[in-house]
Every structure is written in C-alpha cells, then in structure tokens.
Design a protein. Sequence first.
Length: 193
Amino acid sequence: MSTVLNDVLAANAAYADAFGAKADLALPPARRFAILTCMDARLDPAKYAGLSEGDAHVIRNAGGRASDDAIRSLVISYKLLGTAEWFVIHHTDCGMEFFTDEVISGLLANSLETAALGPDGFYDVGTGPGSSEGATIDWLCITDQTGSVVDDVRRIREHPLVPAGIPIHGFLYDVRSGRLIEVPEANRVGKAA
Ligand SMILES: [Zn+2]
C-alpha cells in the first residue's frame, strides 16, 4: 500500500474514533451559506472562514471558477439545501494564471506526464504519447486576479436559475497573509436585489 494511502487511512481512523456528535449533523448546511473557491492546497476554507462540519457548502475547482459544474452545485445548494448567501473566493499566486488554454493543450499533446515549471512557464518533460483531447476543453485560465472574481460573480448573478435575493460576495485570499481581500466591483455586481 502506498504511503499516502496508509497515512490517509490512519488519519481517518483517528478522526472517526473522535467523531462523537457529528454523527447527528443534519444534511442542509447549518449556517446556510456556500463558498466557491480554488483547489489550491494552501487554501483551507474550513480554517480561513471558520467552518466546522455541517456549517456550509464548499465547492472547489481549479481557480474557484464559476464553471457550469460549479453553478450546478450552487443551484442545488440553494434550491434543495437552503443556502442563502454565497462567496466566490479566488486567490493571489493562483496556478491558473501561469498558463493558457494553448499551453496546457500543447503540454498534453506532448505527453500525459507531469510537466515541469521553469522561469518561462511550464514545459513538457514526458516521453509521450500525449493526446489532442486537451484542445476541446475550456480550462478557465485566469489573466486578471480581481477581474476573474468579478467575471465569476457576474456569471452566477446573471444565471437564470439563480434568484436575485442571494447576495454573492467576491474576495481574493492572500496566500502570504491568510487574509481575505474584498473585491468591491464583485460585491457591487453580486449585491442582492
Ligand atoms: Zn488557485
């Protein structure tokens, strides 16, 4: 068994041993809000936003982007599980700023091995074969840190399945300080009607 697998199972055994009253948590989030944020390993929404099990929905993907699938989750989050306030939280130094659709498609066309990151960006070190399938995906890369928050809050706000009464807050998480920085334009766009 791999070290990672062993470690995860050991950690889980300890967690389950102390599970206690969490067995009785209700399905709908108790604090009735949802966070859409990046999968970056440095971000822990439970810690940076003070969440305990059962408190809130956390939807994560590369960049914390308002993809079709993120919107699917948000709609379920309010329509079936009662969340009434949403946060879109991107962050500084996001990996999604370091490549474009063309770059990742090119890397994948070369090989399916992990690329290397040099001073001039990612380059492929694999032996191949790769696949051209990457060219069919919109990778939702980020060119403008605050602009991407505004764009995603706007996309959610304007979605026909999102009610006007849900406030959508836009923030950047600073990976150097752990602080949430407001994106005023996103909050203006995301204001509840
Ligand atoms: Zn990120």
